[in-house]
Design a protein around this ligand. Structure first.
Ligand SMILES: NC(=O)c1ccc[n+]([C@@H]2O[C@H](COP(=O)([O-])OP(=O)(O)OC[C@H]3O[C@@H](n4cnc5c(N)ncnc54)[C@H](O)[C@@H]3O)[C@@H](O)[C@H]2O)c1
Length: 373
């Protein structure tokens, strides 16, 4: 199997998640590329030492420039706070490497546009991380919507909810501050997840009205004091999309204060003839609406029907770690021109389109009015 050497900049939550997906690559049975984690860069020596458990990871450095100078590294995955995206992504491209970027692809719309410009000039292969559409239920919802089974589109609701911020004693981190997370706050944090499938289906909002909410404005700083938290925590975006000369409402929901939810991604697509609903809270269940004399909501228990085949038994249920691995399989296979019609990772253009939605949402919140995109 052909090997692709990967370097990771930012070995925190997501850096380690990706590294572990590579470590069990043997689970995949129909890929012809294998990622080999060769190098990692992080400012924190303790974080770097976690990578000792990965034998192939021969370079561990606190200076990401050293990783970029490593001739062995083909692809760089960058998982750092949002205020660093633009600088690091541009440095990766300037070093002549392919890039797997994290969302939101720059701290704001102008950064995202500058990154896209650099991507186009560089000719490098670049995609943006967004793993939830790789759940079998999400794939089926996407196919259902694409295959014209909906009739006239009535309504779409695309959500990403968690409740990590409900506890006021949870210490602040960089995701809770505009300076490092961006003024979009939860839009930057969770927005790409909610926008990805609608954008892939061609449903880009033409107008929107946003309701943004703050949660706790101060949190413990982890050192005995309190830190200001100025990011938006919840966002409801009421938007309109145009499909075949008709307008339909698309609601995008991103919440860090959703009581009871733990990283729950869901989508509901309703049409006059058919509908579909999937939530990662019930990772096996796909709900399909049919109208043929009577009206039916049918539920089927999906198995492990992932886009890339695996050794995992077909009746087992998929989870977060599985879709992360599927997303990487899509990235690496598309990079080699071998995607073969399967679902590809979010493109730089889709990432910029999601930022256009976030910028319009911030404008709508400020003006208290509907904004045209
Ligand atoms: N796709 C997803 O589901 C998902 C989930 C969570 C986070 N994210 C995204 O991943 C990115 C990182 O988030 P995270 O939760 O992993 O954050 P994190 O805070 O857990 O990790 C960030 C890491 O970057 C390191 N770092 C900071 N500056 C650096 C520098 N100059 N050079 C090298 N390393 C540096 C930090 O030491 C830290 O280890 C963000 O863009 C975030 O939005 C994506």
């Amino acid at each position: 199997m052909k090997e692709t050497h990967v370097g990771i900049i930012g070995g925190g939550l997501m850096g380690r998640e990706m590294a572990s997906a590579f470590a069990r690559w043997c689970a995949l049975t129909d890929v012809s590329i294998r990622p080999v984690l060769t190098a990692v860069a992080d400012l924190n020596p303790q974080t770097l030492s976690w990578f000792d458990c990965i034998a192939s990871c021969e370079q561990k450095t606190m200076k990401y420039q050293e990783l970029l100078a490593n001739h062995k590294v083909d692809v760089v995955y960058v998982a750092v706070p949002h205020h660093l995206h633009e600088k690091l992504y541009l440095d990766v491209l300037a070093a002549g490497k392919d890039l797997f970027a994290e969302k939101p692809f720059g701290i704001d719309l102008s950064a995202a546009r500058r990154i896209l410009d650099a991507v186009n000039k560089s000719g490098r292969f670049v995609r943006c991380s967004s793993e939830m559409p790789f759940f079998p239920g999400a794939q089926r919802a996407y196919e259902f919507a694409r295959c014209g089974k909906l009739g006239r589109l009535l309504e779409v609701v695309s959500c990403f909810h968690h409740s990590s911020d409900l506890d006021p004693h949870k210490p602040a981190n960089w995701k809770r501050q505009n300076l490092t997370c961006g003024k979009g706050g939860v839009l930057n944090d969770l927005g790409m997840h909610a926008c990805h499938l609608p954008l892939r289906l061609g449903w880009k909002p033409t107008r929107l009205f946003a309701q943004l909410q703050n949660g706790y404005r101060q949190r413990p700083d982890g050192q005995g004091g309190m830190a200001d938290c100025d990011t938006w925590d919840n966002a409801l975006l009421h938007t309109w999309v145009r499909v075949e000369n008709e307008e339909a409402p698309l609601r995008l929901e991103m919440k860090r204060l959703a009581p009871g939810a733990t990283n729950t991604w869901s989508i509901e697509i309703l049409g006059t003839d058919g509908g579909v609903r999937f939530s990662t809270a019930e990772p096996k269940s796909l709900w399909v609406f049919e109208r043929n004399g009577e009206q039916w909501w049918k539920r089927t228990n999906l198995g492990f029907s992932t886009p890339f085949k695996t050794v995992t038994g077909g009746i087992f249920e998929p989870g977060f770690a599985d879709v992360i691995q599927q997303m990487w399989a899509a990235y690496l296979m598309e990079r080699e021109g071998k995607l073969g019609g399967r679902f590809g990772c979010a493109t730089p253009e889709e990432a910029v389109a999601s930022h256009e939605i976030f910028a319009a949402a911030l404008e709508s919140q400020e003006q208290g009015s509907v904004v045209t995109l």
